[in-house]
Design a protein around this ligand. Sequence first.
Ligand code: SAH
Length: 345
Amino acid sequence: MKFFVPSSFGKNADAVKFKPTAPVDTNSSGKVKKNKKKKNKAKTKNEAPTGRGPLAPSMPMESDEDETMTAVRRVKEGKVEKKKNKKQKQQQQKQMKATPALLQAAKESLIEDAEEKQSNTSTAGLSAFEAKLKEQLMGGRFRFLNEQLYTMNSKKAEQLFKSDPEAFKAYHDGYRHQVEKWPLNPLNRIIKMIKKLPKSLEIGDFGCGEGMLAKSVPHKVYSMDLVSCRDDIISCDMANTPLNTHSLDVAVYCLSLMGTNLKDYLLEANRVLKMDGMMYVAEIQSRFDNVKDFVRKLDSFGFQLIKQDVGQKVFYFFQFKKVRNIGKVSNVPTLQLKPCLYRKR
Ligand code: SAH
C-alpha cells in the first residue's frame, strides 16, 4: 500500500524523510487505482448513517438532532453543495442566453440604478466618511477578537462566540479583508494539494472559518469551527470534536492553531486520524520562535515531519504523518506559538 503524496509543496519545499504513507489502493504498476465503482459511490451517498466512518457512533433522527449532529450527518450523507461541474456550468450558461425581452429589462434596470446613484450624489461625501468610519470600527473589532482568540483557551473562545453570534461574522469579515492583503491565501495552496489526493480520502478541516475547503475539493470534508455559518459546518471546539477515533485520512489546520491549549488540538488530531494519516498545517511565520523545536515537539504528539516549506516570507507550511497513537493521558510537552496580532490599517 502506498500513499499518494502531492508532487509539489512549493518551490522551496524541503523534503524530509519521505516514506510510503496512507492506505491507498494501487495497481501493479504502483499507480493509484481510479475509483471505477461509480455505482458504489452513489450508494454510499444515499445510505443511512451507520455510525461508522468519521462520525460519532449514534445518529439520531433529524428531528432529535442538535445542530452539530445535523451538520455531521449532512457531510456523512454527502449533502454538501460542491462546486458546480463543467456540464452544469455550461447548462446554466445556455439558460442564461438572454432573450430580447430580458435584455430590455436589464437595460431598464441599469438606467434605474444610474438615476438612483445620481440622486445620491448630494450625500456622497458623508457616505464616504461613514464608510471609512465603519471600516475602521470593523477593523478594530476584528483585531480585538483576533487577539482574544489567540490569548484564551478554546473553551473560553467558544463561549465568546456563542454568547455573541455577531462576533463570528465580524471576525470573518475582518479576516477576509486581511486575506486580501496577503501575497497568497495559504488555504489555496492547501486546496491545490488536497485536489491531488485520491478522492476516496476523508478530510477534516479544523477551524474551517467559512468552509471554503469543502466547497473547493471533491472529497468528503468534515468542516469544523466554533460557530457554524453553513448547514454542513460542524460547530465544535476542535479540541473535542464529534468525529470517531481513527477515522480521518487527512487533518487540515490552516491558520487555525489559535488559543492557548494547542496541545489539546494535537491530541485530538492524533485521536481522529488513522495511522499513517496526514496532517497539513499552515501558520504565520511570525508565530514561530523556533521551527525545529515545534517540529520536535510534534513528534511527541505522534507526528513525524514529512515535508516543510519555511522559505515563504509570510507563511510556513508543514506536512506531518501520524506514526503513533498517543492516547488520552500522556506526557506531552507544552506547546505554544506566539499570537498573531494584526496591525492597525
Ligand atoms: N481555515 C480557515 C479559517 C482561518 S481563521 C481559512 O483558512 O480560511 C481561523 C479559524 O479558526 C476561525 O474561524 C476560528 O473560529 C477557528 N478556530 C480557532 N480556534 C478554534 C477551535 N478551538 N475550534 C474550532 N475552530 C477554531
